[in-house]
Design a protein around this ligand. Structure first.
Ligand SMILES: Cc1ncc(COP(=O)(O)O)c(C=O)c1O
Length: 366
């Protein structure tokens, strides 16, 4: 008996996910003491102290009891933060978990899914796992999506869903409202707007939150980025009440633990701390863009907590920075990317070190 004979062909054919290098790896491999990780778009300030307090206050008795499927306190904190009525909101184990459940609901093997590329790599994983046909539509030079090309692809391919990431990972740009409206009103499929970085865009007045009113639009958010709770795995989405009823059938029964729900609820209600994070990230991002551009690198405008940078040789650049203790993300293997890297915005001292090190590396030549 060979175990692999029982594994679905789709999965056997997939390449494993290659995560970025860890702090431990860089310390052990290069013997560097001070290491700064700017590779995973995490929140360098960590979560709200109120979220940490909520975690500490979880009573041991809670731990042996299954949680509610969609914890009511969490739904009301989401309504407080977004204005979305609890009757239209679902939650999941991270936004990745929410998207997986959505695919379970809508995707049969062979169905088409439109991805404007480059975009978030996990969508490609979902396509492979569910046996969906990926329709890859190239973005414009500024990484905005091309309405005509998307609508043509919808007409021709009859997709089930269009995955629209805004701000887009890894490019950092937000989609224009006009583009989204035109697509939402003329396409023949569901549109999933991934606003994992939506709070950063909202700070700049550029969230696509208002599209939640469209019947065919689903908007996803997460506690992993602006709220600094990546390890608790809390994501949510707003959708029509009808689709929520289907989601309730397809989800795993207990996607979110009570400690995670309580911490997330406290974080969502801590407006003061969220603004502190968003203001700091926006200021540091502006400074980073200016300083990195002054080294001659091509840095794209971003509305998020990371920057997309074009370099002559992405893997060599990433390696040179890593040897000096700075971990950033090589995007050259992302579908639709060529020689690009993604750099998360850190705290001021981390960004200072990054700028100084990039100057050194660039001055050595390529
Ligand atoms: C665009 C995008 N969507 C979704 C996610 C997943 O978020 P979560 O941690 O909530 O699963 C990420 C994480 O990096 C992301 O970049």
């Amino acid at each position: 008996m060979r175990v692999r004979d029982f594994v679905r062909e789709n999965i056997r054919k997939m390449s494993p996910y290659i995560p970025g290098k860890s702090i431990k790896y860089v310390r052990e491999t290069y013997g560097v003491e001070k290491i700064v990780k700017l590779a995973s778009n995490e929140n360098p300030f960590g979560p709200s102290p109120k979220a940490v307090e909520a975690l500490k206050n979880v009573s041991p008795g809670e731990l042996s009891i299954y949680p509610e499927t969609f914890p009511s306190e969490l739904l009301s904190a989401i309504e407080f933060h977004t204005g979305w009525e609890p009757t239209r909101v679902v939650v999941g184990a991270g936004l990745d978990g929410v998207m997986e459940t959505l695919f379970r609901i809508v995707i049969d093997p062979g169905d088409s899914v439109i991805l404007p590329i480059p975009t978030y790599p996990y969508y490609h994983t979902l396509l492979s796992v569910f046996g969906a046909k990926g329709i890859f539509v190239e973005r414009n030079d500024d990484f905005s999506i091309d309405t005509d090309r998307i609508l043509e692809a919808c007409e021709k391919e009859k997709p089930k869903i269009l995955m629209l990431c805004s701000p887009n990972n890894p490019t950092g740009n937000v989609e224009k409202e006009k583009t989204v409206r035109e697509i939402a009103e003329n396409c023949n499929c569901l549109i999933f707007i991934d606003e994992a970085y939506g709070e950063f865009a909202e700070y700049e007045g550029k969230s696509l939150k208002k599209f939640a009113d469209y019947e065919n639009v689903i908007i996803g958010r997460t506690l992993s980025k602006a709220f600094g709770l990546a390890n608790l795995r809390v994501g949510y989405a707003v959708m029509s009440e009808e689709l929520k009823r289907e989601y309730e059938k397809a989800t795993t029964p207990f996607p979110i633990s009570t400690p995670a729900a309580l911490a997330a609820s406290a974080a969502l209600r801590d407006v003061y701390y969220l603004n502190f994070v968003l203001k700091n990230i926006a200021e540091e991002r502006k400074r980073l863009v200016k300083e990195l551009r002054s080294t001659g690198l091509m840095v794209y405008d971003s509305c998020s907590n990371f920057l997309f940078v074009k370099v002559p040789n992405a893997s060599a650049f990433v390696e040179k920075l890593m040897r000096r203790g700075i971990i950033i993300r090589d995007c050259s293997k992302f579908i639709g990317c060529k020689s690009h890297v993604r750099i998360s915005v850190g705290k001021k001292d981390e960004n200072d070190l990054l700028i100084e090190t990039v100057r050194e590396v660039v001055s050595e030549g390529w």
